[in-house]
Design a protein around this ligand. Structure first.
Ligand SMILES: Nc1ncnc2c1ncn2[C@@H]1O[C@H](COP(=O)(O)OP(=O)(O)O)[C@@H](O)[C@H]1O
Ligand SMILES: [Mg+2]
Length: 557
């Protein structure tokens, strides 16, 4: 029954229905359970060494097809005798006789979806395939049935190929993607930023949401760096989408030096800083809990002018304020020193008088509501303190605007603001367990698009993110992770997670990811598509840099 050329249809004795596809045979089901997965004996010509964890496999049961992922590969043999007296490595003759017959490989599969043979509806897996069912490589049709296919104006967006199936496209369902907050995870250098750009391109091209990207390292707006030595860099979003993307910069000098065509400079008046922003910077500023309370006292007393007032205080003023407000004079003094240092570190963009600066929030909102995506470049102001302060102020204010607009729409979808997705790298800095309850980012992640705002969190240390926030992430795209805690974190709230642990740890160190959640019907490992090669550029279509900045958003909701 085992095929010899590796291309015969598997389990031909069961080929009773029209759905049977020409799947390359991998092996035969020998044992298994719903809980622990299905074991198959590897048959045919394939060496176990060619079989990788994460590969997509179809098991042709008697009544159902099961769509499964390889979670483990092992060796077995028919008799303990052989193990007691194995052939020497140099004995190629004996080795070839035993291999595949008396000594063979086994593969453990985790079925993740099933459908009746001949049927079209997929169901969750509730049973196991019968003994001796055949298992084989999925075909292009299998993948398209499950993940959908990319069509012009459609919902599906090609993100990569199943392992060892380079020609085949796995798609994300973009409408489902933007319905929830999402995460892109992986160690440093595994391809998070590249995958994030790919996802953003899909969302922008198909107009599923408007984006605000906090671009800490200058990788999204105009041009991104690459470790590929044959290229100087890769195109950023503006090179792809022209006037549909607006670049705002904190550091015009740096943008000019890198020939980045930016639209606006962002500066922030003291009056826009609130106690919440300072709370977020507790660690960066080394503040104690009393200092945070002092901030709230100052804010209550001086309103928007609190920071300017604090920084201007002399010793006498501090004493007077302490007496009047019940604050501790020592901690007011300490807070003044620390926030003075912050103001100094941020003086390139933090401006004392609101009269001297354009209102960046209003300008960004103006773009977003027109459907124009905004990338904020930090330039030299990319220290964690600077990055976090600005991202938090802008997000808080923009979220407030969205709440107002959504409430004013009173449930009328036509009047709702364009759905907004906010991309944030180093997300754990904003979403740690101690902060996620209070900061705008934590609120957005937990309120489930109630106000048409979601997050795309990008992070190399997901274990640093509050578990309630993690469990709210609809779709998780995860590249290689080694740290056990990080692996546990991305699998928070996933049923059957234990089988996926090994898969996550065995991904390539670059450009491979496990996709799971809302935007895919079942978990799948992909080789992510290459960003900015000629195929990618073609698929983005013609882009017209001089096109009108007005984007028709009427069909977005
Ligand atoms: N999808 C991809 N297409 C092309 N190159 C990629 C892709 N993913 C990763 N790479 C390569 O891997 C390098 C690291 O990827 P990057 O996204 O910068 O990692 P991370 O953000 O996780 O640190 C890139 O510079 C690029 O050379
Ligand atoms: Mg990166």
């Amino acid at each position: 029954m085992a095929s010899t050329n590796g291309h015969n249809p598997i389990s031909s004795h069961l080929s009773l229905t029209a759905v049977d596809r020409d799947r390359k045979s991998l092996g035969t089901v020998v044992r298994g359970s719903l809980q622990t997965g299905i074991q198959i004996k590897v048959t045919g010509e394939q060496s176990v060494e060619e079989i990788r964890a994460g590969k997509f496999v179809v098991i042709e049961g008697a009544k159902h097809e099961f769509f499964a992922m390889i979670t483990d590969v092992a060796l077995d043999c028919t008799s303990p005798q052989i193990l007691a007296d194995p052939p020497a490595p140099s004995d190629t003759f004996m080795r070839s006789i035993l291999t595949g017959v008396s000594a063979y490989g086994t593969v453990t599969l985790k079925p993740l979806l099933m459908r009746p043979r001949g049927g079209v509806e997929f169901e969750p897996v509730k049973t196991v395939p019968a003994h001796f069912s055949g298992a084989g490589e999925a075909t292009e049709d299998d993948i398209a049935d499950i993940f959908g296919a990319e069509t012009e104006g459609g919902n599906h967006f090609h993100i990569g190929a199943p392992l060892d199936m380079n020609e085949i496209q796995v798609c994300l369902d973009l409408s489902r993607l933007v319905e929830r907050s999402n995460g892109i995870f992986g160690k440093s250098g595994t391809g998070k930023t590249f995958l994030t750009r790919i996802c953003l391109c899909g969302v922008i091209k198909h107009k599923k949401a408007v984006n605000l990207v906090f671009d800490m390292h200058g990788e999204y707006g105009w041009q991104g760096s690459t470790e590929d030595v044959t290229r100087a860099g890769v195109r950023g979003l503006k090179q792809y989408f022209g006037s549909q993307v607006s670049i705002f910069t904190m550091d015009p000098e740096s943008s000019r030096r890198r020939s980045v065509p930016f639209d606006r400079q962002v500066r922030i008046p003291y009056s826009q800083i609130e106690a919440e922003d300072i709370q977020l910077l507790q660690d960066e500023l080394n503040l104690n809990p009393t200092a945070a309370e002092t901030t709230y006292l100052l804010e209550r007393h001086y309103g928007k002018k609190w920071l300017a007032e604090l920084l201007d205080m002399e010793g006498e003023d501090i004493k007077a304020f302490a007496e009047m407000s019940g604050a501790n004079a020592m901690s007011v003094g300490a807070l003044q020193r620390k926030l003075g240092r912050m103001a100094k570190e941020c003086e390139g963009f933090l401006i004392k008088s609101a009269a001297d600066v354009d209102d960046a929030v209003r300008e960004i909102m103006g773009c977003l509501l027109k459907g124009v995506n905004v990338v904020l470049e930090y330039g030299q102001y990319r220290k964690p303190l600077q990055y976090m302060l600005v991202a938090n102020i802008l997000t808080r204010k923009i979220h407030e605007e969205y709440v107002k607009l959504t409430e004013a729409a009173g449930g009328d979808r036509g009047k709702m603001p364009t759905p907004l997705m906010i991309t944030i790298e180093e997300a754990h800095k904003f979403l740690s367990p101690s902060l996620a309850r209070q900061t705008s980012f934590g609120i957005i992640a937990r309120e489930l698009r109630k106000y048409n705002v979601t997050l795309l969190v990008v992070d190399q240390r997901p274990s640093g993110i509050d578990s309630e926030v993690l469990s709210q992430l609809g779709t998780r795209i995860t590249c290689l992770l080694n740290d056990e805690r990080d692996i546990d974190a991305v699998l928070t709230g996933i049923s059957g997670a234990s089988a996926l642990r090994g898969v996550l740890a065995s991904l390539d160190s670059k450009q491979q990811a496990l996709l799971l959640g809302h935007a895919v019907p079942m978990p799948v490992v992909v080789q992510s598509r290459t960003y900015d090669d000629s195929e990618f550029r073609r698929s983005m279509g013609e882009f017209n840099r001089t096109a009108s900045a007005e984007v028709d958003t009427s069909d977005w909701k």
